[in-house]
Design a protein around this ligand. Structure first.
Ligand code: PRP
Length: 180
């Protein structure tokens, strides 16, 4: 069952569609005539990436990266490792990183540092969700879908114990009356 008593919708599918369209228009305008190369950070970013791509009106290529934090939590270590690197070089390209959520900022801080060393023409960030309250590292974000409060969210790419990434909306987990 996709929706039960634990699920409260924070951002509806229609709101996501509308905002994605707006972001895609903005990005398409700014990258007109440029070589746009999207980099998606797996796994959470993939749902947003696909919908964003379909709304972009400029030609673009895409590549994927997978990262993981050392230990159980990014906030405690701030150390990120690469599980899957890019397939292609990015030197001289206009790179746009597509993320589902920025939380502490450690993932993108690390990623942007290593990607900059590869000499892209430009490097920008687009995230669907931004949990600014939780930020530990200052990251300049160029395109933000929604600023959200510090609540556990899932759906639309984000997981709840690796499940529910397929939900068409962003949900907030709501514990049951007896901790169920
Ligand atoms: C999420 C998200 C970012 C990162 C943001 O990925 O997709 O990559 O956390 O957190 P930070 O700003 O605190 O570094 P997650 O590690 O949950 O992996 P997943 O996308 O595979 O679910």
């Amino acid at each position: 069952m996709l929706v039960d008593h634990h699920t409260e919708i924070l951002i509806t599918a229609e709101q996501i569609r509308q905002r994605t369209r707006e972001l895609a228009q903005e990005i398409s305008g700014e990258y007109e005539g440029k070589d746009l190369h999207l980099i998606c950070v797996l796994k959470g970013g993939v749902v947003f990436l696909v919908d964003l791509m379909r709304e972009l009106t400029v030609p673009h290529s895409v590549d994927f990266m997978a990262t993981s934090s050392y230990g159980s939590s990014t906030e405690s270590s701030g150390v990120v490792r690469i599980l899957k690197d890019l397939d292609e070089p990015i030197a001289g390209r206009n790179v746009l990183i597509v993320e589902d959520i920025i939380d502490t900022g450690h993932t993108l801080d690390y990623l942007t540092r290593i990607l900059r060393e590869r000499n892209p023409s430009s490097l920008r960030i687009c995230t669907l969700l931004d949990k600014r309250e939780r930020r530990e590292v200052d990251i300049p974000v160029d395109y933000v879908g929604f600023d959200i409060a510090n609540k556990f969210v899932y759906g639309y790419g984000l997981d709840l114990d690796q499940l529910y990434r397929n939900l068409p909306f962003v949900a907030v987990f709501k514990p049951g009356p007896y901790g169920t």
